[in-house]
Design a protein around this ligand. Structure first.
Ligand code: AMP
Length: 282
């Protein structure tokens, strides 16, 4: 049975009944759920005694009111999806319960938050770590599941969690993709048909960069140029950044090694999309 809690006190009562030795797997989301989210829930289901999914569109991490109001909200479908994934609890709190004090005391994210998403979306990661810290305090999970799709977010949350929630084990989960390779994202449903076609270039660009490296060129400039050449064929794609970082970090590299990661952000038709892939030998 899946129980929906919107009231934090009622959730705390449920949480208080869980026995000390039971593991609690937590999947924080902003709703508009898809198979990428479901893969996190399924992994938590396999690995933990209890599974909690939060659905909370976190206004603190949006730097434009328009982006926040446009963010898709599909509450009923989300609950059904959680049910079919065997989730025990869906927690969908109200903003005033999450953050009763005004202004909200924001947490400063680690150094890893500075470039890329952090540079293009000022305040974004402060909003992310503030809400995840709050959710961790409420849910008190033993394990938390995050997608590698949001590579920088994972790095920043890992740092925050190491500092403030050492007892929570963070699990990094592989990116789930559409048949044409586009990384699943709640934002994909905002794409027009032509923008959706253009978006399919993103994974192609990343794969092209990786195959360039597999062919023996280890320069990150060459890989970035290879990715850009695929994206630039489509004039509707506005590139925000393409870069290569060392495995598990946000440190830019000049020479690519196995497990380093190519990261990209583009805007198509006003919709911002991010993706990344690891360099691995064929
Ligand atoms: P969001 O609702 O977009 O905040 O995402 C909630 C969680 O789902 C985050 O940990 C994301 O990284 C993860 N996630 C989003 N898209 C995917 C995907 N395509 N594959 C795997 N995980 C994902």
């Amino acid at each position: 049975m899946t129980t929906l809690f919107t009231d934090l006190q009622q959730f705390s009562y449920w949480r208080g009944e869980i026995l000390k030795h039971e593991s609690i797997g937590f999947v924080p989301t902003m709703g508009a759920l898809h198979q990428g989210h479901v893969s996190l829930m399924q992994r938590a289901r396999r690995e933990c005694d209890r599974v909690v999914v939060s659905i909370y569109v976190n206004s603190l991490q949006f730097n434009s009111l328009d982006d926040f109001s446009k963010y898709p909200r599909t509450v009923d479908e989300d609950f059904e999806l959680c049910k079919s994934a065997g989730v025990d609890v869906v927690l969908s709190p109200l903003k005033d319960d999450m953050f009763p004090l005004h202004p909200v005391g924001l947490i400063t994210p680690s150094h890893d938050a500075e470039g890329f998403e952090g540079a293009d979306r000022p305040g974004h990661f402060s909003g992310v770590v503030t809400v995840v810290d709050r959710l961790f305090s409420i849910v008190q999970p033993t394990d938390a599941y995050f997608g590698l799709k949001d590579y920088q977010q994972l790095a920043v949350i890992n740092n925050m969690s190491n500092e403030l929630h050492r007892h929570v084990t963070i699990h990094a989960c592989e990116t789930i993709r559409e048949d044409d390779g586009l990384a699943m994202s709640s934002r994909n449903r905002l794409l027009s048909p032509s923008a959706r076609t253009s978006a399919a270039r993103i994974p192609l660009a990343l794969l092209h960069a990786i195959s360039c490296w597999q062919d023996g060129n280890s320069s990150s400039i060459a890989a970035i140029d290879a990715a850009r050449s695929v994206l630039e064929c489509d004039s509707t794609i506005e590139i925000q950044y393409v870069s290569v970082v060392a495995a598990g970090t946000m440190n830019i590299v000049d020479t690519i090694n196995q497990h380093d990661v190519i990261i990209v952000a583009v805007v198509i038709d006003g919709i911002r999309l991010i993706d990344n892939m690891k360099f691995i030998t064929a």
